[in-house]
Design a binder for this molecule. Structure first.
Ligand SMILES: Cc1cc2nc3c(=O)[nH]c(=O)nc-3n(C[C@H](O)[C@H](O)[C@H](O)COP(=O)(O)OP(=O)(O)OC[C@H]3O[C@@H](n4cnc5c(N)ncnc54)[C@H](O)[C@@H]3O)c2cc1C
Length: 426
């Protein structure tokens, strides 16, 4: 008979909670999930809608509050200050400690700050968790002008949140075009235009130099590297995130940027695993990054670690890359490999809806014609279909003639598909 262990999970985000749910499905182990942020799991990706008034916090919880007791998943609200691998225990900020047989670290990310002068002023903050949202609510009361620093997915969400309340928003983006380290030129330019159509003053190739405060320690302006002063009463710092691992420093666990893990998501210390945003794979699969700080990766890692802990050692398979986001009104999905610049062996077709809101790029191998990736803007594709096309090496002609199979909206798709077929001669 299998022995029952105490599995302790630090972090109640998608990674930690998926691990807990799947360990419960597979075993009778005692499971405790600890979080400093919230009593219950909520969907971080929809935080913006609470601020915009489309949702209440209660609506962001994927499971009812009774779910946890029914499934014998103990929840504890506390901050873990220290991990002691020698005694198989952790220390909490309420002065208590807890023993574990297996420890899963799923502590997510924290917003980057790059040591700018003035970054600690009142009214300056990042956006990651519930406490940030509360602070933003408080700090934006009665303001009229805001600056968002950084041109990534969280930056554009923050700009939309601030615009939804009618504030003037200036966005400082270091790159010459929005997110052009990820998006090809045409897609990046489509998003530039879309951001500006929402009356955001998008300043490209513009870097923050300093944040200026008033006599009460509150932000009053930012200064750019070119010396321009932009008055504002709120600054959102959205210049990426980093693994949230500082509390682990003295535990003897190997850390680079994130907690280093092998294929089974094990750290160098026995019985300790790491997953989600805080984990860094020692040997990522070809063309994949060691840290993939996205929802979907956290979910898959949670399932993987549950299998391993429950006696079926499993290597993490990140599958075909997938990510989705929203740029104001434009939904974005990406599958497989779509780099900002095509590689030598790659070619692509690009369909443009000519309405500033829709486009589709399909990247394929120049020689074999196998499809490598999709970028969809304003068009929702079926995940399982695109995933299978890439996995099975479907050719570009097969994909184009079967686009309706990737279809979410039959009416719209008929027209769109015809246009793509007419526009492309592969
Ligand atoms: C505003 C926003 C929008 C996003 N939108 C998207 C999107 O559209 N698509 C997408 O794929 N991804 C998106 N992401 C990223 C995605 O949300 C993350 O990749 C994912 O939530 C990470 O999950 P996780 O379980 O690894 O960590 P988290 O969700 O960060 O959970 C970790 C938890 O651990 C807690 N914790 C940390 N340290 C301790 C400690 N010492 N003691 C106790 N508790 C601790 C934290 O407070 C947190 O609650 C978005 C992120 C943000 C912030």
């Amino acid at each position: 008979m299998a022995t029952t262990k105490h599995i302790v999970i630090i972090g109640n985000g998608i990674a930690g909670i998926t691990a807990a749910r799947h360990i419960r499905k597979r075993s009778d182990h005692r499971i405790t999930v600890i979080s400093a942020e919230s009593d219950h799991f909520f969907s971080r990706t929809v935080l913006m809608y609470i601020y915009m008034g489309h949702m209440k916090y209660e609506h962001t919880k994927p499971y009812e509050d009774w779910f946890w007791e029914k499934n014998r998943i103990e929840l504890k609200r506390a901050y873990v200050q220290k991990v002691n691998p020698d005694s198989h225990s952790i220390e909490l900020d309420d002065g208590s400690s807890m023993n574990y047989d297996e420890l899963i670290i799923a502590t997510g990310s924290k917003p980057n700050k790059f040591g700018w002068k003035g970054q600690e002023l009142k009214g300056v903050q990042g956006l990651y968790g519930l406490q940030d949202l509360e602070l933003m609510e408080e700090s934006t009361k009665g303001i009229s002008k805001a600056v968002v620093v950084g041109g990534g997915l969280i930056g554009i969400e923050m700009a939309e949140m601030l615009r939804s309340r009618g504030f003037e928003v200036t966005m400082l983006v270091r790159e010459t075009s929005f997110w052009n380290t990820v998006l090809p030129k045409e897609e990046s330019e489509l998003i530039n235009r879309h951001i500006r159509s929402h009356k955001v003053d998008l300043r490209l190739a513009t870097e923050l130099d300093e944040i200026l405060g008033d006599e009460n320690g509150k932000v009053r302006a930012v200064r750019t590297r070119s010396g321009e002063e932009i008055p504002c009463q709120f600054v959102g710092l959205t210049v990426g995130v980093s693994p949230n691992v500082s509390f682990m420093k003295d535990a003897g666990i190997d850390i680079d940027k994130g907690i280093l893990v092998d294929g089974e998501l094990r750290t160098n210390v026995p019985n300790i695993y790491a997953l989600g945003d805080c984990a860094q794979l020692r040997n990522p699969k070809p063309n994949r990054k060691p840290i993939e700080a996205v929802w979907y990766a956290g979910k898959m890692m949670g399932e993987t670690v549950a299998a391993t802990i429950c006696g079926q050692p499993t290597d993490y398979d990140p599958g075909i890359w997938f990510n989705s986001a929203k740029f104001f009104d434009i939904e974005y999905q990406t599958y497989g490999t779509v780099l900002p610049e095509l590689k030598e062996n790659e070619d692509s077709i690009l369909w443009d809806g000519n309405d500033g809101k829709r486009c589709l790029r399909i990247v394929f191998d120049r020689n074999s014609k196998a499809v490598l990736g999709f970028n969809a803007f304003g068009i929702r594709l079926r995940h399982e279909v695109c995933d299978a096309w890439i996995r099975n090496g479907a050719t570009i002609s097969e994909v184009i003639s079967n686009l309706d199979k990737a279809n979410f909206d039959p009416e719209f798709f008929k027209k769109f598909e015809k246009e793509v077929q007419l526009q492309t001669t592969i």
